[in-house]
Structures are given as C-alpha cells and as structure tokens.
Design a protein around this ligand. Sequence first.
Ligand code: PPS
Length: 323
Amino acid sequence: MEVTGEPLRHPLAQKFLAALEHSRKDGYVVTQPAGLTMPRGFLADAGRILDFPVRPDDVWVVSFPKSGTTWTQEMVWLLMNDLDFRTARQVCLPERSPFLEYSALVPEEGKAGIADTIELAQRMTSPRLIKSHLPPALLPKQLWTIKPKVIYVARNPKDAATSFYYHIRLMYDLKLPLEEYYDAFLANVVYYTPYWTNVLEFWKIRHESNILWNTYEEMKKDLRAVIRKTATFLGRIVTDEEVERLEEHLSFSSMRQNPATNYDGLVQRLRSTTGLPPVPQDLAFMREGEVGASRQRMSPEMDRRFDRWIQDNIRGTGYDGPI
Ligand code: PPS
C-alpha cells in the first residue's frame, strides 16, 4: 500500500504556512490513508515507515504531539533499563529512544544537519524504545501483526493544542497570534491534526493486551500509580524506593534541569542550521507542565468552540479520556 497526499486546500492553510518562518514552499498535504495533515516531504518517507521492520521486544510510545511523550519515554526507558539513572543523564533521550518520523518533518534546509531517524531506529540494538506521533494507519504495518508493547499517552486537546503552538514557535518561528493558531488547529490545518484521528483510534484498541493507555492527567495526579501500572505492563518489578527515585527523576523541575531530557540544546542547533535566530526568552521545551492552564489563554468564545468541537467529535464513541 502506498501513502498518497492531496494538497491541503483549506482557506486557512495559506495563512498558517505563510506564518512559518520556513514557509514550506512545498506546502502541506492530507494523507491517504488517515487524512492526516503533514508537510509534503513526509510522503517521501511514509512508505519506509509503513514497511519499517518491527521486533517483538520493541516498546513503542505513541501520542498526539505535546501529550507527555518525553515524560513517558523517560519513565519507560528507565523501567526497561534497570533504572540506569547514570546513562539516562549522560545520553540524551532522542539517542536512547528515537523519534521515528522526525527526519521526515524537518524542512529541506535543516536536513543536512540531522540523521535519518528511520535508519537510526532500524539500526538500534534491541530492546528498542521508539517514539512516534503517527495514527495507526500510518504506523509500521508489522505493529499489528508482531504486536510489540505499545504505550499510548493522551492529553486533553486544549492543553495539547496550546503546548503545540509554543512548540511550533520554538522550532519553526511560527508568527501567528494564539487565537488564529487555534482556528487553524480546529480546522485541521496544523501538521499532525486531526487530533481525534490519533486519540480515538488508539482509544478503541486500548484494551488489547499489547496496548497500555496512559494519560498526561493521570501522570500529573498520581505519577507513582502510573509508574507502577507501566512497570507491571512491561513485566518489571519495582520496589517502593525505586518508585520514589523514579518519581523524583521524572518531576517537571528535574526533567527541565536535565540536559538529556530538556531539548533546548537540540532546538538551538536545529534553529541555527535552518537560519533562525536564537530561541526567544519566553520559549522553552519544558514549558509549563500543568493541566488546564491553556484555558486561561483562550478567549471564552474559543473555549466554547473547543468544547463544542470536543462534543461533536466524541458523540457516540463512548470516549472517556481527558477532554
Ligand atoms: S513532543 O515534542 O510532542 O514530544 O512533546 P511531549 O513530550 O509530548 O509534550 C511536551 C509537554 O509535556 C510537558 N512535560 C512535562 N509535564 C510535567 N512533568 C514532566 N516531567 C514533563 N516533561 C514534559 C512539557 O512541559 C510540555 O507541556 P507544556 O504544556 O508545553 O508545558
């Protein structure tokens, strides 16, 4: 099966693309299958991703962007590696746990400075921990036959969308006011949208034995419980003392101070290879780490629009994840 893409024709698309410093001259496409908005360059790698060889002892962390992926990866990597905090501090997380489609997203001007992440993931020794933000229809086909462990992490869409806004400003200097970005997000003009294709497809299969459904909100509320649940899923036994050490290592403040999990250095390098100025003072990869804070940034009208959009999308599905 081949992944194809029709040009994204929504009226807001041009405005969104023009507001990106690297205006993506090749534009965005809507993929078939999945109906996902992606930079056109993604299509060149989509087939290699579908055919990516999966191993039974892989662990995959999958999410919609900005849903707690990095937090989950760090927790899972430590659980998979006998709580090797030393290596976790020395080797940056993307090296320990590659982001499968990352190089397919980088604009042409930045490609020379980065490795082919699909190849990198393919060459890794087992057991691998691989990150992806793709929906099921675009993930490697062997995930559904070999069935390695997959940990999905969901976050409420208002916070995920807002966090993504600051991320796109951080990475690509998006010059669009927040409210106009929300318009684009709700219209599925932002890359990786529609949000619901990703979340609902995984929610439907959350009870399969190789899938674990976690949420950012659960992690904020009771990280210890999520650590224990994830350890059990991975077949690892953790003592109370180990859970405590993990909790400390995984706190927002320690992950923010840890150069192996705080990607500000990586972002800085990408910005300089793509000719962008240094990261503005008000932006950071580890930004806020809160639940519900995005509502304070939205106009009451936008908040209501999000609520209507949420209801329209979950109606009849029985969805009980974070909203
Ligand atoms: S990415 O780029 O898509 O992989 O981003 P992702 O890691 O999924 O999400 C980034 C958001 O997660 C927050 N984060 C944390 N919150 C609480 N505790 C810890 N330890 C933690 N680590 C990362 C990060 O700050 C981003 O959320 P916002 O709302 O922007 O702060």
